[in-house]
Write a protein that binds this ligand. Structure first.
Ligand SMILES: NC(=O)C1=CN([C@@H]2O[C@H](COP(=O)(O)OP(=O)(O)OC[C@H]3O[C@@H](n4cnc5c(N)ncnc54)[C@H](O)[C@@H]3O)[C@@H](O)[C@H]2O)[C@@H](O)CC1
Ligand SMILES: Nc1ncnc2c1ncn2[C@@H]1O[C@H](COP(=O)(O)OP(=O)(O)O)[C@@H](O)[C@H]1O
Length: 501
């Protein structure tokens, strides 16, 4: 499990390592450069042109160490592009060293020279050491121009510590280095894990330039990264039977959306629910009753009794105008998963200042639904949680929203962010586009409802359920490449089986 930290927290570790533990900054920089080069050297050919973009801070100093180590090992087709007016002491030393070595370098002023344009376009590998934790605000001036040009290059793009332009207080909408690889130092950074940033960091590798373990362990983290492959769950007792495995009620399905509830129901069975009853509109009844023989199907009415159920899943394919029914369902105080149109109905209640009391509650919004919820609770104060938001705003707003709603939020994108299950935000890397297919979210909500029905604790349900979904997607992708949601259903039981212990 990796901690995700802000740049400010990482910079404090850097200075504590030097002030408290007396490790010289230059020594940290040398080790950083050494580890970065060691992790990449085997993948780079000596004939390739290497371009190092070096700012005036210590991030630029790291890049110069990498350049020198590469040069020493015969990677002589290289050039260091030097920018910046304020040069940090350690970076100044590295600049003197490369001069003494006779490494080719170009000092840039305010404009790009044709020589630099050519070097970037011909490059086999571009190393980005323009700015790391010391970046203040969106990229400006020559740094911005250089990054825009580097992003057009066909080279392998390697970011040192942080792709320049990404930061906690900077929207991922602003220009930043588009990395294929990020060699990050010390701990992974929260700014990589905004839903719209992660893809631009490429493969992330964490390298420790000998920061003391105590400093890394005691850091105040913004979030933690959990690998779905490492999530485990208790195996069912061999004496378990349908009545002990939980009875899930799914409330959803309307004339225009007949498939969602059926996917949720089948996903619930594959995730160990013993019984599933579907409450749907009349128009869906016939279809569901004939095509889903394992599911008990009922027509939804105002007077349904939900007391026999262990968990409710509300919302898949439900359609509009369900607010008053949702209020009634909340009153049952049953453990509930709210998805899709259920979330929209809840947002409408919240907009009308209605806050019905509820039992254990888990919401599974995608980013659009999350935006709607945040707006309905915080109004104009809510950041839009969209493209223009900063990682800091995304992390703090989602934690605040979860507290305000007294609910766990599972936010769906190419990553999964879970707020409310722990003090920190939990992040799970999905990065599997085969899961981004119609009905995939309905499957996730069915899985989660089954776990709630099994009696698994709410916070654990969010983590285990998201991991089952991601692991099923991975298994399906390994076997089939791409698939539809009905096919994905066939991999859920297998993912559960692998996770049981
Ligand atoms: N103690 C050390 O020597 C170590 C430093 N480390 C490296 O040092 C980095 C932090 O170094 P610094 O604190 O010197 O800062 P950085 O080098 O990250 O950033 C400062 C540089 O960015 C420029 N800059 C800031 N805001 C800008 C903007 N909006 N547009 C354009 N340019 C901008 C500054 O002019 C300066 O050149 C880490 O990210 C890491 O890479 C690590 O190697 C660990 C050891
Ligand atoms: N690139 C991706 N990598 C991993 N998971 C993804 C990716 N794209 C989408 N997903 C997952 O697929 C699901 C899509 O859900 P949703 O948007 O609600 O779709 P639908 O409404 O069609 O069911 C979410 O759980 C999301 O996390």
């Amino acid at each position: 499990m990796d901690q995700l930290v802000s740049s400010a927290a990482m910079a404090t570790i850097d200075s504590d390592a030097q002030l408290q533990y007396k490790i010289p900054g230059l020594s940290l920089m040398e080790t950083a450069g050494f580890k970065i080069w060691a992790s990449l050297a085997a993948e780079i050919h000596k004939e390739q042109h290497l371009v190092f973009l070096c700012g005036g801070g210590n991030n630029g100093g790291d890049a110069l160490v990498v350049a020198r180590l590469a040069f020493d090992q015969g990677y002589v087709n290289q050039v260091c592009i030097l920018i910046g007016n304020h040069i940090s002491p350690s970076c100044a030393v590295q600049r003197e060293i490369i001069q003494a070595y006779g490494l080719p370098s170009i000092m840039l002023g305010d404009e790009i020279s044709p020589q630099v344009t050519r070097a970037l376009l011909d490059a086999g590998v571009v190393f980005d050491g323009i700015a790391g934790t010391g970046l203040k605000g969106p990229l400006q001036g020559i740094s911005k121009t250089l990054v825009a040009l580097a992003n057009k290059s066909k080279a392998l793009r390697v970011a040192i510590d942080i792709p320049s332009g990404l930061g906690d207080m900077i929207s991922p909408d602003e220009i930043h280095f588009l990395a294929d690889r990020t060699c990050t130092l010390g701990l992974s950074k929260a700014a990589f894990y905004h839903p719209l940033s992660r893809n631009d960091c490429g493969q992330i590798e964490i390298l420790n330039p000998s920061f003391p373990a105590r400093l890394l362990e005691n850091v105040q983290a913004e979030g933690k990264l959990i690998d779905p492959k490492e999530v485990k769950m208790h195996a069912l007792s061999s004496a378990a039977f349908k009545n002990s495995r939980g009875h899930v009620a799914i409330i959803g399905g309307s004339k225009s959306y007949t498939g969602a509830v059926r996917l949720s129901a089948r996903a619930a069975f594959s995730s160990r629910a013993g019984l599933v009853t579907l409450f749907c509109d009349q128009e869906v009844f016939q279809l569901a009753a004939t095509e889903s023989p394992s599911v008990m199907v009922k027509t939804l009415s105002e007077n349904d009794d939900f007391s026999p159920f262990n968990a409710l899943l509300v919302g898949p394919g439900w359609g509009k105008g369900r607010e008053s029914l949702l209020e009634k369902l909340f009153l049952t105080k049953k453990p509930m998963v709210l998805d899709a149109d259920g979330i929209k109905a809840y947002a409408n209640l919240l907009k009308d200042k209605k806050r019905p009391p509820h039992g254990p509650l888990l919401l599974t919004p995608h980013l659009g639904e999350l935006r709607e919820l945040a707006f309905s609770v915080f109004g104009d104060q809510a950041l839009s949680l969209g493209k223009q938001d900063t990682p800091e705003a995304f992390f703090s707003m989602t934690r605040k929203l979860s507290r305000e709603l007294d609910a766990i939020l599972i936010m769906k994108s190419s990553l999964v962010h879970i707020a409310g299950a722990a003090d920190q935000l939990i992040v799970m890397e999905g990065l599997n586009p085969s899961l981004g297919v119609a009905g995939s979210g309905d499957i996730l909500s069915g899985i989660i409802a089954a776990l709630l029905g099994n009696g698994i604790e709410l916070a654990q349900t969010a983590v285990i359920g998201s991991a089952i979904h991601q692991n099923a997607g991975r298994l399906a992708h390994e076997e089939l490449g791409y698939y539809d949601s009905e096919t994905l259903l066939g991999f859920i039981g297998k993912a559960v089986g692998e996770m049981e212990q």
